[in-house]
Write a protein that binds this ligand. Structure first.
Ligand code: UDP
Length: 218
């Protein structure tokens, strides 16, 4: 029986990138690792067993924890609720070369991948994902379940509301203390976008300068 069984929830692309971070973070402990996935996945991946959530719950272990390694923020919220109900604690993950300066708060269950930089005076909510090479600069406020794809450049005095998704390589212009640049709840910023002004809740913006994306009707 494992003393500590850690389930990486999500055995797809992101989960397979996150498991090695968790293994490194818990090096020297008695933790054992499995993937947890409710989809149609092989019995083992990269040498680690895959279990469905109900199988994970049934496993004997001194203590069980999960890491929510699924990029879709709505699914993360749903799974966080399910784990809380079942008394399974979630684990926050921080790659060993993450840079964090002064007065930075990151909520429960966040994942900071390699080369993440969080500078000073930053507040981040729960279940944040910062994929590789992303940064958040001074005086930013980031809500819950926000997702950064790789290499997001979020400059100072920016507010990002809950469930926003920021695509690979997007650049967000610096706001000011009096008027932070605001990315609204559930907004999507397309890859490579250069965001120069506020983004309303729920919309998708793309391009340089970023504009609201209106899919063409055929
Ligand atoms: N998944 C799950 N339970 C859910 C929803 C999703 O186990 O309630 C799994 C799904 O089977 C898939 C993974 O989460 O294996 C999500 O993978 P995807 O490729 O969509 O995204 P990633 O987060 O890896 O970029």
């Amino acid at each position: 029986m494992a003393e500590v069984l850690v389930g990486i929830y999500g055995a797809s692309g992101f989960g397979r990138e996150v498991l090695p971070l968790v293994r490194e973070q818990l090096k020297g402990t008695n933790a054992e690792f499995v993937f947890v996935d409710d989809g149609d996945v092989p019995e083992a991946l990269n040498g680690y067993p895959t279990l469905r959530y109900d199988e994970f719950l049934e496993r004997d272990a001194g203590e069980k924890k999960v890491v929510l390694a699924i990029a879709n923020s709505g699914i993360r919220e749903k799974l966080a609720g399910k784990c809380a109900k079942d008394g399974i604690r979630t684990l926050a993950v921080k790659a060993d070369n993450t840079v964090i300066l002064d007065e930075v708060e990151v909520g429960e269950g966040g994942i900071l991948c390699h080369f993440t930089q969080l500078t000073s005076n930053i507040r981040i909510g729960k279940y944040f994902h910062a994929n590789i090479y992303s940064y958040v600069a001074h005086d930013c406020v980031i809500g819950d379940y926000v997702t950064f794809a790789p290499a997001v450049r979020c400059n100072g005095n920016v507010v990002i509301e809950d469930h926003a998704y920021i695509g690979t390589g997007a650049v967000i212009k610096q706001g000011t203390p009096e008027k932070p640049l605001v990315i609204g709840k559930g907004a999507v910023v397309g890859m490579g976008a250069v965001v120069t002004k506020d983004v309303p809740p729920g919309v998708t913006v793309v391009g340089n300068p970023a504009k609201v994306f209106e899919p063409r009707r055929s």
